[in-house]
Write a protein that binds this ligand. Sequence first.
Ligand SMILES: [Cu+2]
Length: 394
Amino acid sequence: MGLDMLRKTFRYAALAAAALAMGATANAAYDVDILPPASPIAQQIYDLHWAIMWICVGIFVVVFGAMFYSVFKHRKAAGAKAAHFHENTTIEVIWTVIPFLILIGMAYPATKTVLEMKDASSPDLTVKVTAFQWAWEYDYLQDGVKFTARLSTPRAQIEEWGKKGQAKGADYLLEVDNPMVVPAGKKVRLLVTSNDVIHGWYVPQLGINQYGIPGFVKDAWFTADKPGVYRGQCSQICGKEHGYMPIVVVAKAPEEYAAWVKEQKAKMPAAQAPQQVAAAAPAAPAADPNKKWTAEELKAAGEKVFAANCAACHQATGKGMPPAFPALDGSKVVNGPKAAQLALVLNGKQGTAMASFARLSDSELASVVTYTRNAWGNKTGEAIQPAEVKAARK
Ligand SMILES: [Cu+2]
């Protein structure tokens, strides 16, 4: 009788395990799983996730099986008599040692992965990632490429300002204007920091979720297994646009990556003309705030700065998206005294989406302000010099 019962219990347990296993396969078909890993660390995390999941399932089956069996076997209705005993050293040792071994068995591979995650040594390239409310800046330290990535889907489309049900792709909150591009198969080290509050650089398929903390530089690394597009988001609640600072990493074949770097570099000098010319000039140029730029130089550079930093809200046409984002074309502020406009761009406006742009360099700010004062229908004819920006910062 007892043996028979035991056999039955085992049969049920086996059935339950089979049902669970089937559930797991069905889940894979319905995409109930963590995202497919695309880097060695992500692969390890994925494997750990499932290995530990199955250990838990095993423990569940054994513990609940034993409980169920005992309750059923020793039920009063079947005439069971309770045994009276206190303490059983053997069983106490067993139920201490077995869980201990299980824990070690899980902690050992998990610790190995954590240590490997933190080993960002000997990378093939290093990218400094700076978080802002609400964008990411990527600075390729070796390749000399630097840009900002922002959500590219217009607000009007996200919030369906026009007609309801506007077409939106599946990734409409996971698209950026300038994705981070990396060579596939190479070890990329990230130096993650922040300019304002705590953010998190989180790309699940690459196995990274790294805090960006103001005043600290944290490192992380990944190697994208193969070319592809990997998406993520800021993982720390960092303010009201937290949900709108996606991350897109595009892994390309190394040759394509090299071509991309070349292309980016060709774009860079224009955007940074005043700054770079200053850096190239002989006598302590960076310290020479009196260098004057022509209005044309400033406007040309300003257009690029505007496209990278302002156009998402104020639009390339300068028409903005009223009422949320005012037009700069014809704006009273832009056509008014330049000091007031500069102060607004430098300090932002509390409580609105117009953030402080003090992080831009003096020459970037000078050029973008000059540009807006002389673009579209605005014709102030006034240029603003980096030296004026520098003075206004104080
Ligand atoms: Cu954030």
